[in-house]
Design a protein around this ligand. Structure first.
Ligand code: NAD
Ligand code: MN
Length: 499
């Protein structure tokens, strides 16, 4: 069992309090590692180290090409150790090994992408064209790093979320203090070892562990911090935005979702049925952009649901390390209980349970936080199970009368992270997509993202975008530089107003 240390200012250190806590495998409740239980003083040390590193400029003033080289080196190590990291991520997060292998593959590829961006992204001043009095002055647009970035991430995709945060911040020359979710710190700690091994300048990357509320608040209010990047729940996102306002930090947020998955009457059912299961139950439904509100036309509704139920009844729950297993445990007992509470609420609201509905027990599952894949039908869009994020294996099926009604229900949500439409007619589907208020809309697919394509939410799903050049823009300040070329006093007649 590894006893990890925090990584602050280029040193591996214990918490100021010397306290530690154990990291638990959610499949069997066994301790798999321990990490320091940090606090406000550790946040301060990490922020001071990041501030110093930024101000000294060893990273922020380094050329994009040099930063690129170091990031690509890190990416190639991630690629070599893909198998090992998939296993660690599974043990830590309860993700099935098939999911965590995909994550480990994507983590390496995406860090390499951010590394390439470091070399290519707007590193030269852009001359602004079309000025009045051309030839007498220049205006240049320059992108500069924002400074010290606090980065706070959730437990559902611990490894990928760390890459999505560190990659763009480092590519653009910022220094960072990253805090993984307290339940899933392992891959962030492994990343610290890699950055150290490669020789990133001291204080550029700082990784700290401990409770989210106290440390998170310190990371959000510290006067030396310039930007907060957060992925997590909408309720914490709101708090962060409010706290960060005191010092007017830049804030980007990737928060919750309750995506509508609209099946059109001409959809290819073979794909749409499996696709809807994939959309809502991937990683036991613990996915922010999951398609958790399935909208079906009344015609064909019953057989669509029957087929999903049939498939879910043969789903294999168990040890995430077993490649045959499709459903692992939920992250924690409180998360499991919160999901079971929502199932109770659904019943009380009058929705009809079609399958699942209980904690999954049985020989192997006793020690883990397993919930049966669950489907509610006869859900109306104003029920809590249609409005609130459950973040577990629970699908709410809603009937619609016509496409206009489906769209208006889809948009009747505080969230706007993602949505999906299934139809054999792409033009028809595109028309629906254009009316959906969400940052990511899939046609005949779900969950698939590209690091080239910006991702993020409308409404209370967040602020800002990750990926693509747009994602890097979120980590830069814009400086406009004016260079005079008028040369003579005569060419500056406005001085006459005063002199
Ligand atoms: P959470 O909001 O409880 O915690 C997220 C992170 O914030 C953790 O690191 C936690 O320690 C920290 N934190 C807790 N309280 C804080 C505070 N007061 N100030 C600052 N930081 C604080 O979320 P979670 O339960 O870890 O993750 C699940 C949620 O994350 C879901 O709502 C899900 O939709 C969302 N999520 C969104 C995306 C996205 O890209 N939009 C991706 C993954 C997860
Ligand atoms: Mn864990």
């Amino acid at each position: 069992m590894e006893n990890y240390k925090m990584y602050i200012g280029g040193d591996f250190v214990d918490a100021d309090s010397n306290e530690r806590y154990e990291v638990i495998n959610p499949y069997n409740g066994e301790a798999i590692a321990s990490v320091p239980r940090g606090g406000v003083r550790d946040v301060d040390k990490a922020v001071v180290a990041a501030r110093k590193a930024f101000n000294e400029g060893a990273w922020s003033q380094m050329s994009g090409e040099e930063r690129s080289e170091l990031l690509l080196k890190a990416a190639s190590i991630l690629k070599q150790r893909m198998k090992e990291y998939a296993r660690l991520e599974s043990l830590d997060s309860g993700g099935t090994i098939n999911k965590t292998r995909a994550d480990a593959f994507l983590a390496a590829r995406q860090l390499a992408y951010f590394g390439e961006q470091a070399a290519n992204y707007n590193n030269e001043p852009q001359e602004i064209q079309g000025l009045m009095r051309a030839g007498r002055h220049f205006h240049y647009l320059i992108r500069e790093p924002i400074g010290v970035c606090s980065q706070i991430i959730p437990w559902n995709f611990p490894y990928l979320m760390a890459i999505w945060k560190l990659g763009p911040a480092l590519a653009t020359g910022n220094t960072v203090v990253l805090k993984p979710a307290s339940l899933t710190p392992i891959m962030a700690m492994e990343l610290a070892k890699i950055f150290d091994e490669i020789g990133f300048p001291k204080g550029v990357v700082n990784i700290i562990t401990g409770p989210g509320d106290s440390m998170g608040e310190a990371m959000t209010t510290h006067p030396f911090v310039d930007k907060v990047a957060f992925t997590g729940s909408t309720s914490v996102g709101r708090k962060i935005m409010a706290k960060a306002s005191e010092t007017m930090k830049k804030v980007t947020l990737e928060c919750g979702g309750k995506a509508a998955n609209i099946i059109m009457d001409d959809a290819d059912l073979d794909i749409a049925i499996d696709g809807s299961i994939w959309a809502s139950f991937y990683h036991q439904g613990q996915v922010c952009e999951a398609g958790t509100r399935l909208m079906l036309p009344a015609e064909g509704h019953d057989s669509f649901v029957e087929k999903i139920v049939e498939k879910l009844n043969s789903a294999k729950l168990g040890n995430p390390l077993d490649p045959e297993v499709q459903f692992g445990p939920l992250i924690s007992a409180p998360q499991m209980n919160s999901v079971l509470d929502y199932i109770k609420i659904g019943k009380q609201e009058g929705a009809l349970l079609k399958c699942g509905g209980n904690r999954a027990l049985g020989k192997e599952l006793e020690k883990g936080n397993f919930v049966e894949p669950t489907i509610f039908v006869n859900v109306s869009n104003d029920m809590r199970i249609a409005q609130e994020e459950i973040f577990g294996p629970v699908l709410s099926v809603i009937n619609y009368k016509n496409v206009d009604q489906a769209i208006s229900m889809a948009n009747d949500s505080i969230y706007g992270l993602s949505a999906g439409v299934w139809s054999a007619n792409t033009n028809r589907a595109k028309n629906v997509a254009s009316r959906l208020r969400a940052g990511m809309v899939w046609i005949n697919e779900w969950h698939i993202l590209s690091e080239l394509a910006p991702f993020g939410g409308y409404k209370q799903s967040g602020n800002g975008r990750e990926f693509g050049d747009v994602g890097l823009n979120e980590y830069t300040e814009l400086k406009t530089l004016y260079v005079d070329d008028a040369k003579t006093r005569k060419n500056k007649p406005w001085y006459d107003m005063v002199v």
